[in-house]
Design a protein around this ligand. Sequence first.
Ligand SMILES: C[S@@+](CC[C@H](N)C(=O)[O-])C[C@H]1O[C@@H](n2cnc3c(N)ncnc32)[C@H](O)[C@@H]1O
Length: 551
Amino acid sequence: MTTGSHPLVPYDQGFHWKAHAAYFESRGIEAWTEGDIPHRATNNYTFARQHGLLLIELVQSLMAEGRCGPVERIQVLELAGGLGDFAARLLLALKDDLGEAGRALFNRLSYVFTDVSRTSLEQAIRRPALAGLVASGHVIPAFLDARAPTSARTLEGEALALTPRIVVANYACCVLPTKVFRKRAEAWLELHTRETAAPAESPSIEEPEAQEGAETDPWWQLVGEHAWLPVRLEETLRGPLHPRLLTQVLAHSPEAEVAYPYVFVELLDTLLERMPAGGAFLFSDFEDSSYEGRIGSGSRIPILYGDSLNHPVCFPLFEPLARMRGDDLLVSPGWHGTTRTALWRRGAPLPSSVREVFARGFCQGHVGQDRLDFEVAALKLSEAGDYKRALRFYDRCLALDPHALTLYEQAGATALALGDLDLALRYFSEGAARDSLREHDFGLRMSEVYCRQGELRRASELLETSLQTDEEPMTYLALGQVYLELGEYARAFRAYTRALELDPHLEEARQALAALQVAWCEAELGLRATAERWWEDKVRALTEATKKEPS
Ligand SMILES: C[S@@+](CC[C@H](N)C(=O)[O-])C[C@H]1O[C@@H](n2cnc3c(N)ncnc32)[C@H](O)[C@@H]1O
């Protein structure tokens, strides 16, 4: 069916999805580091550590069931890895924080870290957190497109054998191509969009459902010109699995609308099929709030992060799929649109020990979510000027997530705002002690505190040390300031000019050089004293001349 110059195509083939794919490729890890994409829920240390505990238990059950030998290498495959913080923290937890069992698993792990985006992958593995693990062979980076999940390639383009015992996929389902269906009695309608290069200015809505009130919602603003066209599930989707699943999931809903993540469903099915029995697939994603037996009559619209489309995930799809496949599945409860975690085991029941670890980590305490909530509370209290209470929440976050270096920075800054310099110093030094990869400039922060305490020499020593590992223009700027205050002008000059060499656009360094010139001239030549004397002489001469003038 076509009207106008462009045909209608199924939603998943529309222009949004082309922009979406291009976005991940071109934006690289700035998608995360510049704050386009929320990722703390799946990249915080607590969440990664819970996965570490689960991995230990899963591997122990594989051994107890005789499915794997005691020294056999264990391949873990992470899909859609993005920034790589989850991988780095998981491995850190296994190595240092989960006892003998953790260390033993760390030593036998081959962690295949993958993404579809070459830009992200190359940038992620250059970050200090992953670079060391790649160099030591614990992490193997590879390209993997979830639409063709059986082949992975190394950075050099060679095929990599995929034999995972465990697969992890965080926030992958929500970004993979999705079709949107409506069920009306026994008929199926699929969302189609006009295949234009950009959203239509004035979207028009086509038959057969143009009059429905729901169409005035933000869906059409995002999708542009669209239509709900009748389809046969067997024709619009590949293979018999999807029609079976959709029919079963919506058997008791005469009218429903569902965003159907068919690529993720195929991915699950394909990878589970290739794993030996007992293998596990762990995935976390944000939920669309539907629950078993109750799929809403309108699907939640996708959220745009950067140019990427993110569909809230309809978790009730998975239970029937696991049943159809004869697998075991646990899903953590959703709390008001939070991230849910699913643990899927191929062809074997989940042993009670694994169930317990899953329940403790992902269902009962839900400490990963607590940690995020405490941080939000701390930030809000700090913004409102209630620094003491904010610090109490930071302490609660840090107890749960002692590796989150940004928390030490934030707590230290809050202590500074409170005027408690010693406490600020404690947070910053604790952060510095944990920052073995030198990802944050705690030296700069601590030198700020020393300056405020009048300990300028200590401040300069700290900054010099920090610059030995990382030449940051802002650190040179701070160092110049300290030397200026110490009256060591030549050193201040060298620091400011080095800051400018590193960043020629650093306006503060230019201004600092100008201020240094004035201060240095005054100190060396006494120019201010000369100028003051000149002015006093001038005033005296003018006064006398005025007195002598006849009135
Ligand atoms: C929302 S991010 C999640 C990143 C990370 N797992 C996290 O939790 O922060 C989605 C990731 O999926 C990747 N991605 C998008 N399409 C993909 C595909 N077809 N195959 C594999 N990865 C894909 C993107 O490059 C991006 O890294």
